[in-house]
Design a protein around this ligand. Structure first.
Ligand code: HAS
Length: 542
């Protein structure tokens, strides 16, 4: 990666990892509070910590990491950023950071204790929402920088297939752009006027619907960069080849089509949405499982083919040929492995009848700690182990590689306890997002306590893992020996078919995606607008 572009990426990674540290401290404290082990000093509230934890880890760390990683990968595969896209990258960074600082200050002042989903009728200071708006706008500007780079590259390289990494980066940012439109509309037209007191009330159902229009594709915005690493980077690290370029591109196209019109699967228990539209969106949710199954198939194929080339025999002989000692492989691999139960949990959540059982319980918290906080996070850590030294002109030493492997094991063990306890106690009915209470010593609630203690034990192991991670990141950024660390980009296997050009037809895929969104949302949203409470934001006029 060009040195100038490397600085831009590193700026994003620094902010991302500072967010990890603060978010993890909030996370550790809140597991202790929840299990009744401590009470917080200085009037700090459980929900305040929970908000900081969710925003800093699920929104700030992920978004900064993703933008930094995608900029680096595009620079590596398409060449140094042209001037305008490069400047847009910095402008986006500045706007996003201004928004992050503003929102974080509001949370720390207890003026934004509304959790990361900021559901109405919980109300924060208007500055909390203005900070969020800046954050989103900043990410768009960064996205426009990537789009511009991609379009210039395509003009210069007429008729050529774009590099797989860059195609996937653009798909990720298109997905983000389409998804964030929903939350931006809600924040700008509903929350800001309401929190300033310009309107008396807010259409709660509409705001939740617009949130989940964004909230589900958000999880794929986290997942896709991890998939980029699995499809493009891991083959090179293990000495194999990308199984199929077309399959990889098709799976990303399917994410654009099916990850957005599915938000109702988070609202299956909400009144005011007809069962018919919930049914349609559940069907579409089952469609979005397909690209993940394709990814699983492709990964197994890639592992097996590469193992056989190295002389592996038998059904599972290839497992022995994987580079288990290499943290660049081991951390993302644990992420993949965890995604098997994590994804199964997602399928359970999406099944209407089973959702009645798990909704709003700690099961759901367990689900997203396995998905975003394990599968995605471990992959991002695995990427950092080569990306940071690559960008700072240093190398991953044997010692740091060993620490990184220990970090991966600690993370996996900590998450096993924490998320395992969450899943189990969720099935016993323990609600999510609840501070310590025994509900007047109700026997059910007393029965949850041992699981909550297990969660705190897991949380403590995870916190130790975060400290180790910080040590590795700081070392790789500032102290590791100078040298050249590879930015691994795999080649496509010779046996793979040629990639059809239609997969890169953006107009087509964006149009199909828009049609599916209109199909899934138009009538229910009109319904919600018609039932807008009097005095709420100007939606009644529409
Ligand atoms: Fe989810 C709630 C459904 C995936 C994150 N999800 C959440 C929330 C978050 C979240 C944050 O339908 C909570 C939101 C809140 O605060 O309320 N989720 C799904 C479904 C999937 C899914 C169907 N979720 C994710 C991913 C996330 C994520 C990914 C983050 C990154 N989720 C739901 C539903 C709810 C929900 C409901 C609402 C629940 C409620 O009631 O509130 C699917 O995308 C999952 C498909 C995945 C697979 C797995 C494929 C496996 C692969 C690995 C292969 C491994 C290899 C290695 C090759 C089918 C690709 C093995 C090698 C060996 C040698 C063995």
């Amino acid at each position: 990666v060009d040195r100038r572009d490397a600085k831009l990426s590193m700026a994003h990674l620094y902010v991302g990892y500072v967010a990890v540290l603060i978010g993890a401290i909030a996370g550790l404290l809140q597991t202790f509070v929840r299990s009744g082990a401590i009470t917080l000093p200085a009037g700090i509230g459980y929900y305040q910590l929970l908000t900081a934890h969710g925003i800093l880890l699920a929104l700030v760390f992920t978004t900064y990491f993703i933008v930094g990683f995608l900029y680096a990968g595009m620079s590596r595969t398409m060449g140094r950023f042209y001037d305008l896209p490069y400047r847009l990258g910095w402008l986006g960074f500045i706007i996003m950071t201004a928004g992050t600082v503003l929102t974080t200050i509001m949370v720390l002042l207890n003026e934004g204790t509304v959790l990361y989903t900021f559901y109405a009728p919980l109300k924060a200071s208007p500055w909390f929402y203005i900070g969020l708006t800046l954050f989103i706008v900043g990410s768009w500007v960064a996205g426009f920088g990537m789009f511009r780079q991609y379009f210039i590259w395509r003009r210069v390289n007429k008729g050529k297939l774009s590099p797989l990494f860059s195609f996937m980066a653009i798909m990720t940012m298109v997905l983000w752009l389409v998804a964030t439109l929903g939350v931006a509309v809600s924040v700008i037209f509903q929350f800001i006027p309401w929190s300033f007191g310009w309107v008396d009330t807010i259409n709660v159902l509409l705001s939740r619907t617009l949130f989940w229009y964004f909230g589900h594709p958000l999880v794929y915005f986290w997942l896709l960069p991890a998939y980029i690493a699995w499809y493009v980077v891991i083959p090179k690290i293990i000495g194999g080849k990308i199984f199929s370029d077309s399959l990889a591109r098709l799976s990303f196209v399917l994410f654009l089509l099916f990850s957005i019109p599915v938000g109702f699967h988070h609202q299956l228990l909400e009144s005011g949405i007809s069962p018919f539209w919930k049914y349609i969106q559940v069907v579409l949710t089952f469609m979005v499982i397909i690209p993940s199954l394709m990814t699983a198939f492709s990964l197994f194929a890639m592992f097996e083919l590469s193992g056989r080339e190295k002389g592996a025999r038998g059904l599972f002989g290839w497992v022995k040929k994987l580079p288990w000692g290499d943290a660049r492989f081991f951390a993302p691999f644990m992420g993949m492995l965890i995604f098997i139960p994590a994804g199964t949990g997602g399928i359970i959540n999406a099944s209407n009848q089973l959702n009645q059982m798990v909704h709003n319980t700690l099961w759901v918290t367990g689900h997203f700690h396995l998905t975003v906080a394990s599968t995605v996070a471990l992959t991002f850590f695995g990427i950092s182990y080569w990306l940071i030294p690559h960008l700072t002109g240093r190398t991953l030493t044997k010692r740091m590689n060993l620490f990184a492997n220990i970090q991966t094991i600690l993370w996996t063990v900590g998450m096993f306890f924490m998320s395992g306890a969450m899943h189990t106690v969720g099935l016993f009915g323990a609600p999510r997002r609840t501070a310590y209470t025994t509900y007047g010593d109700h026997p059910d609630a007393l029965g949850w306590i041992p699981y909550e203690v297990t969660m705190a034990v897991g949380g403590t192991i995870l916190f130790i893992a975060v400290l180790l991670l910080m040590y590795i990141v700081v070392n790789l950024a500032f102290f590791a020996p100078k040298g050249v660390e590879e930015f691994p980009i795999g080649e496509v296997a010779e046996a793979a078919e040629r990639t059809p050009a239609v997969l890169e037809n953006w107009r087509l895929w964006i149009a199909v995606s828009a049609c599916l969104i209109l199909l899934a949302y138009t009538i229910p949203v009109i319904d919600m607008l018609e039932h807008s409470p009097p005095g709420s934001t100007g939606f009644k006029l529409w």
